[in-house]
Design a protein around this ligand. Sequence first.
Ligand SMILES: C[S@@+](CC[C@H](N)C(=O)[O-])C[C@H]1O[C@@H](n2cnc3c(N)ncnc32)[C@H](O)[C@@H]1O
Length: 280
Amino acid sequence: MSEFDEAERRIWAGRAEAFRDGFAKLCAHTAPALLDAAGAGPGTRLLDVGTGSGTVAVAACARGARVTAVDAEPGMVALARRAAPEADVHVAVLPNLPFGPGTFDAVVANFVVNHTGRPAATVAALRDATRPGGRVAATIWCSPVGVGHELLDRAVDEAGVERPADLPWLDPADDFPRTAEGFAALFKDVGLDRVSCEPLAWDHVAGPEEWWGGAASGVGLIGQTIGRQDPAIIERIKVAYDRLVAEYAGADGQLVLRYHALLASGRVASGSNGSTGMGS
Ligand SMILES: C[S@@+](CC[C@H](N)C(=O)[O-])C[C@H]1O[C@@H](n2cnc3c(N)ncnc32)[C@H](O)[C@@H]1O
């Protein structure tokens, strides 16, 4: 496992509930477009990788899909099982998936490829699990990610707090441009065809304390930056946050946070056996 993947395991460990109650609501906005891109409908054999607390699995079940879901974090698996009792949910760590080649009609990954140390191997693993003619679809954040993160970053900067030196950074050899072209290339390079990549944008509405709570609980890189500080420093960041928050609030005091993501999808070429062994 790469250093990046080891750091990811530490970041998610024990944070399933905190994710569900905070940033999962932000990630949920892209679920309908992701499932549309995967062609998910009644009877689709669908795999949701990095299911987290199960948002996409629940939405796929509601469409009548036959859903399998995996996540590396056992706490997430427990929550997803509870949220989507019809789904078959397991622990599995990408890029190693415990399924034979071509098991699924569609494989989806909502904000997961960007959490793996070898993104190309991850997309190859998604392709391998998909039958010829089936679809792979995934979302990632793009830059700038969104104003909710800008707000938290500004609060950290105003409080004069340095980012921890040991936050995970991808090996440049494994990284890819976080652009529509860069994400699409990841799909094309593993042999997927009919690849497309589109930008998505939406307003995420959250209460100021709810938004702060998600970050302060240590979820994600910004959460690690805030949540790992001493209580006195966290309080200093919070004071700065409370001062800045008015700039982002609507008339009702709720935060209206513009976010941006990329949605890529592709098809496993007919006649392919769905596996080159790269991801499995
Ligand atoms: C940002 S969350 C997204 C969760 C979910 N897809 C959603 O939209 O709410 C990323 C998820 O990917 C999982 N994850 C990260 N790296 C993983 C890996 N290598 N294999 C499987 N799951 C992974 C994390 O445990 C976490 O649940």
